[in-house]
Design a protein around this ligand. Structure first.
Ligand SMILES: [Ca+2]
Length: 475
């Protein structure tokens, strides 16, 4: 009896080590490279994200796969380049941006309503399911509205959030179209409530019922994305609750309105200070929600066995602060694709560290697959690798190159070289000495330019070969 107890105790550490880690994946929307205290902002208040950084690693050369929402999220959840998984542009209607109002029947046939991630693509929660994970998503989905595209059809067990690419924070409408869903059904039950609070509420509910078994909690906030509202004043920026705006008295005292244009006509819009106020206020509101989730991990005593990942889905947009990077959301310059990222895994990743290793969001899927021991379906090409040893400081990043394409705009990073050919400007830059991409070396270094273009062409050839990815099955 005594002997078996001793044996049991001896096995306990092994059993504990084998307990699969929980995952809390938090994504913000259009937050700038310097829109966090721990990334150098003297203005934005992010005490809880700063706390997260103190407990883990801060990544300063971390890239997303596309400079705007939809393809960035598609690449994250498939672990594959947008050009490989088929979602290489936005799933949205452009016309409302120019003041167009769809009639209901007409709206049903638009790309925002019918587009979606190819159902043959295998998303992260489906892979995690093979290792016994329960997965929830609370926030922005952005990968298709039809039931076959919605989270529950892609491996998630629980969903509350908006299905398309942007909403008004209070009405939850995208240019007048109600967009909030619970699981597979539209809901207007919470209309009027601040959406960040709702995503927190649902995440808390999920944690309360799932903290005793392995879980994947994905919280893609819409903050600090601009509101998709038909009202010109609201449309001109993010939206923040009063109590968070009060934390920024300097901006509050300058905030007001001015005459601008919206939908081709003169309109009353927010001034610069007011836009920044709503933007930073929405970040601090999100930060408070993140703090609540981190507190719950502590309360349930699972923080040590939970991987927490935070990053912005693309470079800063709207009233963001992207310094010292050039450019912003939508662009191939660093300001469009290099984003703030923090990863915490106590005991596995050293606390309060900073890594400038070349890494991307394509590394998240493989890292989580390995960490959880989940099985990968055969014959699926992933574009990243398990980056945990790099985060631990045990080895250099194996990533040597990364490529981006948005319509006719192209970008490549190979080693420390960066090449851009786009409607916003061209150039070859040495990121070791010129992080802000100010000195174009394409004339001084023609041999490097040639290599960059050749590597891009090689990547493009591989992406083209990935389509079509086999015949459609007759479902
Ligand atoms: Ca975004």
């Amino acid at each position: 009896m005594q002997r078996s107890l001793v044996m049991l105790l001896a096995l306990l550490p092994l059993w504990l080590a084998a307990t699969p880690p929980n995952i809390l994946l938090i994504v913000s929307d259009d937050q700038g490279f310097r829109d966090l205290g721990c990334f150098g902002s003297h203005e934005v208040k992010t005490p809880h994200l700063d706390r997260l950084a103190k407990g883990g690693v801060k990544l300063t050369s971390f890239y997303v796969a596309w400079p705007a929402c939809t393809p960035s999220r598609g690449a994250l959840l498939t672990g594959r380049y947008p050009q490989r998984n088929g979602i290489y542009d936005m799933i949205r209607n452009e016309a409302p941006d120019y003041g167009y109002k769809y009639k209901p029947g007409q709206y049903e046939a638009t790309f925002e309503r019918i587009g979606g991630m190819d159902t043959r693509e295998v998303l992260l929660p489906r892979v995690l399911k093979t290792a016994g994970y329960t997965s929830g998503i609370f926030g922005k989905w952005d990968l298709g509205v039809h039931k076959r595209f919605l989270p529950l059809a892609r491996g998630f067990d629980d969903f509350y959030g908006f299905v398309n690419t942007g909403i008004d924070y209070y009405t939850h409408e995208r240019y007048g179209v109600p967009s909030m869903y619970r699981n597979n059904s539209p809901t207007i039950a919470d209309k009027g409530k601040y959406c960040t609070d709702l995503f927190e509420r649902e995440s808390v509910r999920f944690l309360k019922s799932n903290h005793k078994k392995p879980f994947f909690l994905y919280v893609p906030f819409n903050a600090p994305h601009g509101a998709s509202s038909l009202d010109p004043i609201i449309r001109s920026g993010a939206q923040a609750p009063e109590k968070f705006k009060k934390l920024y008295p300097a901006l509050l005292s300058q905030a007001g309105t001015q005459t601008g244009t919206r939908y081709g006509k003169p309109a009353t819009v927010r001034n610069r200070a007011a836009r920044r106020l709503e933007f930073v206020g929405s970040i601090t509101a999100m930060d408070a929600a993140i703090g609540r989730l981190l507190d719950l991990l502590d309360e349930y005593k699972i923080a040590n066995n939970t991987i927490v990942i935070f990053f912005s889905d693309n470079g800063g947009g709207g009233a963001a602060d992207n310094a010292p990077l050039r450019g912003r959301k939508g662009q191939m310059f660093e300001g469009g694709i290099r984003v703030p990222c923090i990863i915490r895994w106590p005991g596995k990743i050293p606390a309060a560290t900073t890594s400038n290793e070349f890494l991307t969001s394509l590394e998240i899927f493989p890292m989580l697959r390995v960490a959880t021991g989940a099985a990968m379906p055969a014959n699926i090409t992933l574009d990243g690798f398990d980056m945990l040893p790099v985060l631990q400081g045990k080895k250099k990043s194996p990533r040597k190159e990364m490529f981006w394409q948005r319509r006719l705009d192209k970008g490549a990073r190979v080693g420390h070289w960066k090449w851009v050919e786009s409607s916003r400007g061209n150039g070859l830059f040495d990121l070791r000495t010129d992080l802000s991409e100010k000195r174009d070396l394409s004339k001084a270094k023609p041999e490097i330019l040639k290599i960059m273009k050749a590597r891009f062409a090689n990547w493009k050839k591989e992406m083209n070969a990935a389509e079509p990815r086999g015949p459609f099955r007759d479902y």
